[in-house]
Design a protein around this ligand. Structure first.
Ligand code: HCA
Ligand code: CU
Length: 469
C-alpha cells in the first residue's frame, strides 16, 4: 500500500496516565527528543491543566523546535485551551465524551449543549492560530448519527482532524474497519486518527484495521503504556505497518529497542521477555525442530528479519535442543566435534537440563570436555578473553544496562557488582580487533559512563590447572 501514515506518540500524555507513572520534566524532554529522532510525526506532550509541572513540560517540549508537531490535550473548556496556547504548542487536541453514558454520567448535558461546547472551544482555539483536533471520547460507543453530527460541527468550527477513540477497547478489527470507513465517507473535511485501547489485546489489530479503512494517524505509546491495559505500542504498530501492510511510517526501526529501554527505566514499568519486537526473547529459538530449520533458513520461524531492528537471533540450548542447535553452539564456542561426539554431547545436555534450570556456556563446555576427553576451554588458537569493568551514569538503572550488554555478541556473563565499577562483563572473542569491537559496543550502550578492560592472560579452573594458553 503506497500510503502515508503518521505515528502520534502519546507516551507523555496517555502514557503518564498509567498507574504509578510520572515522568520528571527532564525525562519528558529526553523522551520527546528521542521520539523526534525516532521519527514520530506528532508528539502529544501532555494536558497542561493537570499541574504546573505538566504545563512546564509541555511548554519546554513545544519550545524545542522539534520536527514533530507538538500537541496539548485539553477538555472543551476555554481555560484549558488558554493554558495550551500559553505553552506555544502547534496543535490543541480537544476531547469531549460523546457516548450516551459519558453524556449522562460526566456532563449531565443534552446532545445539543455538548455540541455547543465543542464548537465554542474549537472556534476559540482556531481563532488563536493553532491547529485543532477534536476527539469524540468513547466514539466507538456513540450513536452513529450523533457522532457524525458532532464531528461535522467540530470540522465546521475549524478542526482539521478527528480522533476515533476506542476509549474502552471494545472494537474488533472488523467493527473498527467498518466504523472508520463510515466516518471517512461522512467526514470529508478532516483527516482521521485512531486511538485504540488494549483492554482485550486488540489495540494493534484495531489500529491496522483503522488504517486500512482510511485513518492516516495512529496513536501509540512506547511500551503500550496508558490507562488500564494501555494503548497500541509504538514498536508493534510501526513494524506491523511495515512488514504486514507495506506502509512506511517513517520510523528509525533500529532505535526502537533503545527507546523502549529508556521508557522502561523512566516509567518503572518493565516488559516481560516475550514482549513483541523489543522483548529479550522476541528473536530466540529453542525447540530442536525450530533451531534446525532456522539454521537452514531463518524465515522458517521468523515473521521478519530481526536485523531491521538492529537485533540478532539467539539460539537457546537446553533439553529442547537438537543436534543442529548444539552444533551451532559448539561452533560459536570454537569446539570441533564429529557426529558421534555431537550425539553424545546433545544427550548429556538433555540429561543435565532435566536437573538444572539454566544451561550456561560453561556447562556445555564442561560436557564437551568430558565427551572429547580433552580440554576444550580456550582452545581457539587466537581466542582473546576480556574482562570489561563498566561504570554507569548515576541516574541510570544498572540492571537495564546489563540487559542491553548481555545481548552483545561474545558477552558470556555480566555481573552487577559493588565498588568503583557497577558491572563486570566477560567477553570471549576470536581476536583483539573483535574484542575492541565488543568494547565499543558496550561503550555505546546509553547510560554507560566509562569502561576499563583487562585481557585474560591465563585462566585457571577450580582444580587449579591452566585451561587457557
Ligand atoms: C482520556 C481520553 C482519551 C482521548 C483520546 C484522544 C481516550 O484518557 O483522557 O484524544 O484521541 O481514550 O478517549 O485518551
Ligand atoms: Cu486513551
Amino acid at each position: 500500500m503506497n500510503k502515508k501514515v503518521i505515528l502520534l506518540d502519546s507516551t507523555l500524555r496517555e502514557g503518564e496516565q498509567t498507574p504509578g507513572v510520572s515522568f520528571t520534566i527532564e525525562e519528558k524532554l529526553e523522551i520527546a527528543k528521542m521520539l523526534d529522532e525516532v521519527g514520530v510525526g506528532m508528539i502529544e506532550a501532555g494536558s497542561p491543566m493537570v499541574s504546573e509541572g505538566v504545563k512546564e513540560a509541555v511548554k519546554r517540549i513545544a519550545n524545542e523546535s522539534l520536527k514533530a508537531e507538538v500537541i496539548a490535550h485539553v477538555r472543551a473548556v476555554k481555560e484549558d485551551v488558554d493554558l495550551a496556547l500559553n505553552c506555544g504548542v502547534d496543535r490543541v487536541a480537544i476531547f469531549m465524551g460523546t457516548s450516551p453514558i459519558h453524556r449522562k454520567t460526566k456532563f449531565k448535558l443534552n446532545e445539543e449543549e455538548i455540541i455547543k461546547r465543542v464548537i465554542e472551544a474549537v472556534e476559540y482555539a482556531k481563532e488563536h492560530g493553532v491547529k485543532v483536533r477534536f476527539t469524540p471520547e468513547d466514539a466507538t460507543r456513540t450513536e452513529r448519527e450523533y457522532l457524525v453530527r458532532i464531528c461535522s460541527a467540530a470540522i465546521e468550527a475549524g478542526a482539521d482532524r478527528i480522533s476515533v477513540a476506542d476509549t474502552v477497547g471494545i472494537m474488533t478489527p472488523d467493527s473498527m474497519y467498518e466504523l472508520v470507513s463510515f466516518l471517512s465517507e461522512k467526514l470529508k473535511g478532516a483527516g482521521l486518527d485512531v486511538h485504540c485501547h488494549n483492554d482485550l489485546g486488540l489495540a494493534v489489530a484495531n489500529s491496522l484495521a483503522g488504517v486500512k479503512a482510511g485513518a492516516n494517524v495512529v496513536h501509540v505509546t512506547v511500551n503500550g503504556l496508558g490507562e488500564r491495559a494501555g494503548i497500541a505500542p509504538l514498536s508493534d504498530v510501526a513494524v506491523a505497518l511495515k512488514v504486514l501492510m507495506g506502509i512506511d511510517p517513517g520510523i528509525k526501526f533500529h532505535m526502537l529497542t533503545e527507546l523502549s529501554s529508556m521508557v522502561e527505566r523512566y516509567s518503572g514499568v518493565y516488559l516481560s521477555p516475550h514482549t513483541p519486537i523489543v522483548g529479550s526473547n522476541a528473536f530466540s529459538h529453542k525447540a530442536g525442530v525450530h533451531v534446525a530449520a532456522v539454521l537452514a533458513d531463518p524465515s522458517t520461524y521468523e515473521a521478519f528479519d530481526p536485523s531491521i531492528l538492529g537485533r540478532s537471533r539467539k539460539i537457546v540450548v537446553d533439553r529442547y535442543a537438537g543436534k543442529h542447535a548444539v552444533k551451532a553452539k559448539l561452533d560459536e564456542l570454537g569446539v570441533e566435534v564429529n557426529e558421534e561426539q555431537l550425539e553424545k554431547i546433545t544427550r548429556r545436555i538433555k540429561e543435565l537440563s532435566d536437573k538444572k534450570k539454566r544451561i550456561e556456556n560453561a556447562d556445555i563446555l564442561a560436557i564437551a570436555e568430558e565427551v572429547l576427553g580433552r580440554n576444550v576451554r580456550g582452545v581457539t588458537p587466537e581466542g582473546v578473553m576480556g574482562i570489561v569493568l563498566v561504570k554507569v551514569e548515576s541516574h541510570v538503572y544498572t540492571t537495564n544496562i546489563i540487559r542491553r550488554i548481555i545481548n552483545i555478541p561474545g558477552v558470556e556473563n555480566a555481573f552487577e557488582v559493588s565498588g568503583e565499577y557497577d558491572i563486570v562483563v566477560y567477553v570471549q572473542t576470536r581476536n583483539m580487533s573483535e574484542l575492541n569491537e565488543r568494547i565499543e559496543a558496550i561503550r555505546s550502550v546509553r547510560g554507560v559512563e566509562r569502561t576499563t578492560t583487562k585481557i585474560v592472560l591465563k585462566r585457571f579452573d577450580s582444580q587449579n590447572k591452566i585451561i587457557s594458553k
